[in-house]
Each structure stands twice: as structure tokens, then as C-alpha cells.
Ligand binder design. Structure first.
Ligand code: HEC
Ligand code: HEC
Ligand code: HEC
Ligand code: HEC
Length: 276
């Protein structure tokens, strides 16, 4: 059962009396999976973390706008300008065992890095809350500063991301090339067998790929699956690992570090992709 409104709650209270209060509290705790009240809620209802402002109660506006969005960003209806930073990549370390080819840092990762590389204020917006306040190149909303690293924490990755797990890197150790028929687990052959095979589907004539995890429905793309993001065009479209492959910026329920697609207990995130 899912209680969605006060009226339903009232009706339930009348039927079940006090027991319904416990039920409501139970439903409230599943709400912990949402972004509201989390570190990604930069409005007044947030976690009072760096970047938070009391100037609005809105949550989504710090990243999305229903109108006039930045179409240069791959993230949907993006309300921020993208960073103009130059990044030092994992590939610059010249690991002898890496097989996958790099694309330039982009896709959804650049949307994350628009706050997490520390290069621009976190409240930069194209379309501020309320009527008016449009600025095509983005402007700070409440004068907040760029992200920094509090003691003992490293949310600000900086522009040297050579010490971070590779992103904008082709999945499968050099590609997912042959026999990738739609809709089946283990579709396709990976160039490097030390990666788990995933699932491919075609949506709006565009191929999409993901790695199924234990949660959700098998062979359907769920929020708790490891999502691969595409680069290239035509027959050359390939799946890539980006920040949001491992992270869901709306899901605060994971313990330890929030915004994981699945809990990393027993390294489940790592083992979703790496066959180790
Ligand atoms: C901190 C930045 C941030 C905030 C705040 C945020 N989002 Fe997102 N959202 C993203 C990014 C980045 C993506 C693309 C990532 C992906 O593919 O899942 C995204 C994707 C989405 C998507 C499409 C993919 C999906 O998961 O369904 C929807 C719908 C969405 N956001 C809705 C919302 C709503 C509604 C809110 C406010 C309650 C919100 N977002 C707040 C960053 C944010
Ligand atoms: C979305 C899939 C995915 C997930 C999840 C994932 N990885 Fe990776 N990982 C990759 C890909 C793709 C590469 C690039 C490897 C290549 O091309 O040879 C890589 C590279 C690496 C490398 C460098 C390999 C080298 O040869 O230099 C290490 C180490 C690594 N991952 C560890 C981890 C750990 C630890 C986790 C969990 C925290 C993790 N990975 C989660 C896909 C993933
Ligand atoms: C609007 C700015 C903004 C954007 C865009 C943004 N974040 Fe964040 N993120 C934050 C802030 C603020 C924090 C809290 C930093 C702190 O703890 O001091 C944070 C924290 C995190 C954390 C650590 C959570 C914890 O429990 O400590 C993760 C993981 C994270 N973000 C991932 C992402 C990913 C992945 C994306 C893109 C899909 C993204 N963020 C986009 C502002 C942003
Ligand atoms: C291959 C999977 C993977 C990818 C790709 C990835 N992350 Fe993470 N990230 C993790 C895991 C796992 C943790 C939790 C590590 C821990 O428990 O200390 C984490 C932790 C974080 C944290 C919290 C750091 C702290 O200690 O305060 C932030 C912020 C973050 N990631 C942002 C990003 C951003 C931004 C990107 C893209 C540039 C990204 N991540 C790409 C797996 C990934």
C-alpha cells in the first residue's frame, strides 16, 4: 500500500486508529530514498551542507528547469552552465592494463562536475525560481561559493581527476561490438571478458545499455541498474561509464556515501561491472 495524501491517511486513521500512525512513519522512512532533505537539496529544506541557501524551498531548480534549459548539457533540462575546465584524466597515468578508449570528459559527468570540480558557484542557474531571472549563460542565485573539501572529505574532485575511477571511458575493455541483439541479458560480446555483460535495448531509435543488478526487474532498465551512457553516432554508438553509471543524484538512501545507484556493501557496485 502506498499512502499518497492526507485524506487517504485520515480515512486509514479512522479504520485502523493509532496503528496507521506507525504505518505512516514506515512510509516516511522509504522517503529517505529521495533527494528532498539530502545533500543535493540546496534549498532551505536541505541538509545545511555547503552551498545551501535559505532563499528558496525549491529542490530541483539547482539542476533542472522546466523551460529554457541548457541543451548543450546531456543531463535532462539542465539549469546550469557547464564548466569550461580542462581535465587531467586517469588515462594520463598510462596504466598498462587499460583497454577502453577515452572520450573527452562530457556527457552526464560534465553536469556533475559543474558543481563537483569546484570551478563555478553551486547556485549558478540559467532560470532562477519564480518569474523572470533568466540568464542564458547562467548567473549565481544567492552568491554562494564554489565547492570545497571539508576536513576528511573529498566531494570536490577538482579538475585533476586522474586519481578518480575513469569516466567517459568505453565499457567492456574496448567495446561491446558484436551480436548485440536487443532485450536479452548477456547480449553482445565484450572485447575484454573481465567485464560483465549487460543488456541493450533500442529506445526512440537509439541504442541504450545497462548492467542489470539484483534490484528491479530483470532485463528492464531500472534506476538501481548500472546505467551506461552512449557516445558516438550511427553504427559507432558505444556504451561508456560516466559518474551517473554508479551514482543516482536523487537517491540519498545508500548508507556511508549517499547517491549510489545500489549499496556498495561487499563491493556490489564494483562487481556489477568487473568480473573479479
Ligand atoms: C544535484 C543536481 C540535481 C538535482 C537537485 C536534481 N536532479 Fe534530476 N538529474 C540530475 C542529473 C545529473 C540527471 C541525469 C542523470 C541520470 O541520467 O540519471 C538527472 C536526471 C533526472 C531525470 C531523468 C532520469 C531519471 O532518473 O528519471 C528526472 C526525471 C529528474 N532528474 C528529475 C528531478 C526532479 C523532479 C528533481 C527535484 C525533486 C531533481 N531531478 C533534482 C541532477 C539533479
Ligand atoms: C559501470 C561499470 C563499472 C563499475 C561499476 C566499476 N568499474 Fe572500474 N572500470 C570500468 C571500466 C570500463 C574501466 C576501464 C577499464 C579498461 O578499459 O580496461 C574501469 C577501470 C578500473 C580500474 C583501472 C584498471 C586499469 O587497467 O588501469 C580499476 C582499478 C577499477 N576500475 C576498479 C573499480 C572499483 C574498485 C570499482 C568499485 C568502486 C569499480 N571499478 C566500478 C567499469 C566499471
Ligand atoms: C548543484 C550542485 C551539485 C551538482 C550538479 C551535483 N552535486 Fe553532488 N553534491 C553537491 C553538494 C553540495 C554535496 C555535499 C558536499 C559536502 O558534503 O560538503 C554533494 C555531495 C555528493 C556526494 C557525496 C554524498 C555523501 O553522502 O557524502 C556524491 C556521491 C555526489 N554528490 C555525487 C554527484 C553526482 C554523481 C552528480 C552528477 C550526477 C552530482 N553529485 C551533481 C552538489 C552537487
Ligand atoms: C565506477 C563507479 C563510480 C564512478 C564512475 C564515480 N563514482 Fe563517485 N563514488 C563511487 C563509490 C563506490 C563511492 C563511495 C566511496 C566510499 O565509500 O568512500 C563514491 C563516492 C563519491 C563521492 C563522495 C566522496 C567523499 O568521500 O566525500 C563523490 C562526491 C562522488 N563519488 C562523486 C563522483 C563524481 C562527480 C563522479 C564523476 C566525475 C563519480 N563520482 C564517478 C563510485 C563511482
Amino acid at each position: 500500500m502506498h499512502i499518497t495524501s492526507g485524506r487517504q491517511f485520515l480515512k486509514l486513521s479512522m479504520v485502523f486508529g493509532v496503528a496507521a500512525v506507525g504505518l505512516l512513519l514506515g512510509v516516511g522512512s522509504t522517503d529517505a530514498a529521495t533527494i528532498k532533505g539530502s545533500k543535493h537539496d540546496l534549498g532551505s529544506g536541505g541538509a545545511s551542507q555547503q552551498g545551501a541557501t535559505s532563499a528558496t524551498t525549491e529542490v530541483c531548480v539547482f539542476c533542472h528547469t522546466p523551460h529554457s534549459a541548457n541543451t548543450a548539457a546531456t543531463a535532462p533540462l539542465w539549469n546550469k552552465s557547464l564548466p569550461g575546465s580542462t581535465y587531467t584524466r586517469y588515462s594520463s597515468l598510462n596504466s598498462t592494463t587499460i583497454d577502453g578508449s577515452n572520450e573527452t570528459v562530457g556527457s552526464v559527468s560534465l553536469a556533475c562536475l559543474s558543481c563537483h570540480d569546484g570551478s563555478q558557484a553551486m547556485d549558478v542557474m540559467i532560470n532562477k525560481p519564480g518569474s523572470g531571472g533568466y540568464n542564458s549563460s547562467g548567473a549565481a542565485y544567492d552568491g554562494d561559493d564554489p565547492m570545497t573539501n571539508p576536513a576528511g572529505k573529498t566531494p570536490m574532485l577538482g579538475t585533476d581527476i586522474s586519481n578518480d575511477h575513469p569516466i567517459s571511458i568505453q565499457y567492456g575493455g574496448g567495446g561491446w561490438v558484436t551480436g548485440d541483439a536487443d532485450g536479452a541479458a548477456s547480449a553482445g560480446t565484450l572485447a575484454d571478458g573481465s567485464f560483465k555483460a549487460g543488456v541493450k535495448a533500442t529506445i526512440n531509435s537509439t541504442p541504450v545499455w545497462w548492467i542489470d543488478t539484483a534490484g528491479g526487474t530483470a532485463n528492464a532498465r531500472d534506476k538501481t541498474d548500472i546505467i551506461l551512457y552512449t557516445r558516438g553516432s550511427g553504427a559507432a554508438i558505444q556504451p561508456y561509464v560516466e559518474c551517473a553509471s554508479c551514482h543516482d543524484p536523487h537517491n540519498s538512501s545508500a548508507t556511508g556515501v549517499s547517491f549510489m545507484r545500489i549499496s556498495n556493501a561487499s563491493s556490489a557496485v564494483c562487481l556489477a561491472c568487473h568480473d573479479k
